[in-house]
Design a protein around this ligand. Structure first.
Ligand SMILES: [Zn+2]
Length: 503
């Protein structure tokens, strides 16, 4: 099905009610893997961070990572879940080349956290409660690299390479209950949920949750049912969606696709689907029926996990201020609208802005640079704000230079551009590129005299009281000084010289 065969979004929602289920995998930021002591820093050569345990060699024995369990409990508590008094790991048996044990150590019917909820705020400020089914611990698989083909997919490849460095990295999978009643706002709810979850995970300090690096990825389950029917329709599962915008687009596309299939009398196949960033479409993956049998059984090599109640309560007391509460506080402090706050949340800008303010910038300037120049740069380079090669301290330094008058906005943008290009800190870039506002009054005065002489007509207009025309002369002076003048001072000088007072 191509994009043109789809039913329009409005028509789809006029006939059907969407039901979603969101499964989010979060890679924990522990130093070592979930069941062995191998490092989780994925910087080394392929297969350099492996041992008999994460390679699944016979006779090797796993040991649970205590920080992994602690992180899982923190996530569960922050999601208002009950924490199991006793639970076990389970083997999920299936064969896949990037999973050397031929089973994944996961949790099955005894998750560590269950029965919670997360309140998410929509763009108009409305709160939507998403019910959480469970959060459980498991391990990541290795990576396959298909070589020799044009697309990097297995189709057309001449051979495949396997890297087990990622095998055994701790994951928490968070599964929602069916999300019903969102109606036309289902895609927005999906996006807002993942955004809120990302903020929560970051606030807990258990992962950096960088979606573009795969540290957090979302599977979007979606089905439609005719209005008024209780029973769920057949669902599709769009796998590994790795940006907030893509989560929204994937849900939207699937609503339109399901409606088209159903309207033409077809049946939805229960299958996994791949999301395509280029046009926002999805294509069929593998058929996934309910009978899929992983032959789960309790992992015999690991002892059960029984978190002591006192410890759980201690962790509960240590939870940070929840992101939504914090956002409301910041929104009042900064005096911005709900909508602006939502934009900052979606851009991942809140933490960098807060850090920039802590480094000495005022709130308005910090917001301006992160949501303007830097957000644009992040968008263009397909990165998130936090991974741009500029620190909040450096942004604060730029705002300080603007404040003391040695940079204007235009020059500040060039300084930021230089920092992002790796030319050093703000002061280095100012030095190397020779960027400084011309504050030498003599030089400014000369430039203003020249501009007046070259634009006699405009000067006359200003003399006769049309102060608004001064903008053109300011522009001429800025051009002559290659943007390195303080525009406000230039304007003052022009009016002074022409004997006009404002007001
Ligand atoms: Zn290992």
């Amino acid at each position: 099905m191509t994009v043109t065969d789809l039913v329009s979004y409005e028509d789809a929602l006029a006939s059907y009610d969407p039901v979603m289920g969101l499964e989010v995998h979060v890679e924990l930021g522990t130093k070592t893997k979930m069941f062995c002591g191998c490092s989780t820093e994925l910087k080394q050569d392929a297969n350099s961070q492996t041992c008999p345990t994460c390679l699944g060699l016979p006779g090797s024995l796993p040991v649970v990572n205590a920080i992994g369990v602690e992180s899982a409990v923190k996530i569960g508590l922050a999601l208002n879940c009950e924490i199991a008094e006793w639970c076990r790991f389970a083997r999920k048996n299936y064969f896949y080349p990037d999973m050397p044990k031929n089973f994944q150590t996961s949790q099955y019917d005894e998750p560590i956290a269950f029965n919670g909820y997360l309140d998410v705020q929509l763009e108009d400020g409305e709160i939507f409660r998403v019910q959480i089914e469970r959060a459980h611990m498991e391990e990541d698989t290795g990576k396959s690299l298909h070589v020799g083909g044009a697309t990097g997919r297995i189709h057309g490849a001449s051979h495949s390479l396997l890297d087990y460095n990622r095998a055994g990295i701790p994951l928490i999978e968070i599964v929602t209950k069916p999300i019903e009643g969102a109606g036309t706002r289902a895609p927005e709810v999906a996006k807002a949920y993942v955004a809120e979850l990302r903020e929560l995970i970051k606030a807990l300090g258990v992962s950096e949750a960088r979606m573009e690096q795969g540290q957090m990825r979302c599977d979007v389950n979606l089905s439609l049912r005719p209005h008024g029917r209780e029973e769920f329709g057949t669902r599709s599962e769009t796998k590994n969606v790795n940006s907030l915008r893509s989560v929204e687009r994937a849900a939207r596309f699937e609503i339109q696709r399901h409606a088209a299939v159903l309207n033409s009398g077809g049946t939805i196949v229960q299958e996994t689907r791949h999301f395509h960033e280029e046009d926002g479409s999805t294509t069929a993956g593998r058929i996934k029926d309910n009978a899929e049998d992983y032959r789960y059984f309790p992992e015999p090599d690991l002892v059960p996990v029984a978190p002591a109640r006192e410890w759980v309560e201690e962790l509960r007391k240590g939870l940070p201020e929840l992101p939504r509460v914090r956002r409301n506080r910041l929104r009042e402090e900064w005096g911005v609208s709900e909508h602006d706050m939502q934009s900052m949340l979606n851009a991942g800008a809140i933490d960098p802005i807060v850090a920039t303010i802590e480094a000495g910038a005022d709130a308005a300037s910090a917001r301006k640079w992160w949501m303007g120049e830097l957000a644009r740069n992040a968008n263009e380079s397909g990165r998130d704000l936090a991974s741009l090669p500029i620190t909040p301290e450096q942004v604060a330094r730029v705002t300080a230079l603007v404040k003391e008058g040695s940079l204007n906005d235009k020059l500040a943008r060039q300084v930021i551009e230089g920092v992002l290009a790796g030319e050093g800190g703000p002061d280095d870039v100012v030095e190397k590129r020779g960027l400084k506002v011309v504050s030498d009054e003599g030089a400014l005065s000369t430039a203003v005299d020249e501009a007046i002489a070259a634009n006699a007509g405009i000067a006359d207009k200003i003399r006769s009281g049309k102060v608004a025309a001064a903008g053109a002369l300011v522009g001429a002076v800025m051009k002559a000084t290659r943007g390195q003048a303080d525009a406000a001072r230039v304007r003052e000088l022009i009016l002074e010289k022409l004997g006009v007072t404002e007001g």
